[in-house]
Design a binder for this molecule. Structure first.
Ligand code: EPS
Length: 401
């Protein structure tokens, strides 16, 4: 664990976001315009986003780690400028305010929003102005995560591994998806709620419109699917190597995600074992899983915290965004008086965007687990390790040792 590390910096209305990813082997073809920018664009979309996304047009500027189109094995750092910064130069200035500064121009907030990091952050970091909290707690930060994730996806794609996502529900509207299409993102990205069930799309949009009208917000459920994985990523031998735990942490870390399921998830707890566990059957030619597959995939591609070679299915539940125009009760941090929570410009629903971010978090976790198993300094070294393993799976056959 820890082959890939990444970190982000930046405030929502600050100068910009920085993204740093370490551990990517040398020799990987990588271009910002081809590999990273399209992912940033996917994250910016989605019905229910606020006006901010019309201001931004996220692009990654590469600062280090790539020469002549290939990674060097050194840290890769990228920069995403905030276009909106121009409107925030006073409120987000790095310098102390001048004595004659208009306090309103500093755009302070003193009425924390229930459900947001506002209050806990203000108490923990001992700040009065809640803007000091919300600027970093904002999901704007996920743009930098998606930049790192795009690099991880580029790496995984060298080995035929794809990570995709779709929205399974928004508010009370559920999508009915009988079978996943071959290219999930290609279908999901065609509509603004990233849903695979065309009938549900209009109902989801109507639900978001209804919430907006009422000054309310909506959450939902998304599913991330990873295809092409070999058997054997992750491990059962120690708690922190279990891939299900690592994935749950990664997806739960996405803003407003309050639940994570793998495969059947909570539904499995209601069923007897005979309707949960997937029969094991021979399947010639499926070398990535040792010529043995599962007749169903209720386990969601993991057994014992290890990939089975079946599609990985991870779902996340996102709570509704905590900035409500229909204000909820709060307390003014200046004098302790009762008041209504502050209202900032915000999204009504960001589930489609969260799906893209979660897709990225899963890709980063899988790249990490992949390098645990096949680690090398160069792409060709990783490839040799991977190919040797797959060849062994193909050849090992049956019988006692
Ligand atoms: C966010 C509030 C909105 C969102 C923002 C997350 O921003 P603003 O306050 O500038 O209107 O648009 O999301 C992004 C900027 C983004 O890039 O995803 C919040 O409070 O978390």
């Amino acid at each position: 664990m820890g082959r890939i590390s990444f970190s982000t910096a930046g405030e929502s209305h600050g100068r910009g976001l920085t993204a740093l990813i370490e551990g990517i082997p040398a020799g990987l073809s990588l271009e910002m315009k081809r590999d990273v920018d399209p992912e940033l664009e996917r994250r910016q979309g989605g019905y229910g986003r606020g006006r901010r996304m019309q201001i931004e047009s996220d692009r990654a500027e590469l600062l280090s780690g790539v020469r002549l189109g290939e990674t060097l094995g050194s840290p890769i750092s990228m920069l995403i400028w905030n276009r909106d910064w121009e409107n925030w130069t006073t409120a987000m200035s790095h310098l102390p305010p001048t004595e004659d500064a208009n306090p309103k121009a500093l755009r302070p907030h003193y009425l924390p929003r229930p459900g947001h990091a506002d209050l806990v952050g203000a108490l923990k970091y001992d700040r009065r102005d809640v803007r000091d909290i919300l600027e970093r707690a904002s999901a704007r930060e996920t743009a930098a995560r998606v930049a790192c994730a795009a690099v991880a996806k580029r790496f995984l794609s060298e080995f035929g591994i794809r990570v995709e996502s779709h929205v399974a529900s928004i508010g009370p509207v559920d999508a009915q998806v009988v079978e996943l299409p071959e290219d999930i993102n290609e279908v999901a990205d065609r509509n603004p709620v990233r849903c695979l069930d065309e009938g549900a799309v209009t109902r989801m949009i109507a639900e978001i419109d209804g919430a907006k009208e009422k000054g309310d917000t909506l959450g939902g459920v998304f599913e991330v699917v990873a295809l092409g994985l070999p058997v054997g990523l992750g491990s059962y031998v120690s708690w922190d190597l279990k891939l299900d735990g690592r994935l749950a942490r990664a997806v739960m870390s996405v803003h407003a995600v309050k639940g994570v399921e793998i495969g059947l998830g909570f539904e499995g707890a209601r069923r007897p074992g005979s309707r949960v566990h997937d029969p094991i059957v021979r399947a010639e030619g499926r070398s990535r899983s040792g010529g043995i597959v599962r007749a169903s995939n209720r386990a969601g591609g993991l057994e014992g915290g290890v990939t089975t070679g079946e599609p990985l299915l991870v779902r996340g539940a996102m709570k509704p965004i905590s900035t409500l125009r229909k204000r909820l009760p709060s307390v003014d941090l200046r004098d302790g008086s009762d008041g209504d929570a502050a209202v900032e410009r915000s999204d009504v629903c960001a589930v489609p965007a969260a799906a893209v971010v979660a897709e990225g978090m899963v890709a980063l976790t899988l790249a990490d687990a992949f390098l645990d198993k096949f680690g090398g300094d160069s792409l060709s070294e990783v490839r040799r390790n991977f190919d040797g393993y797959i060849l062994h799976l193909k050849e090992r056959g049956f019988g006692e040792r």
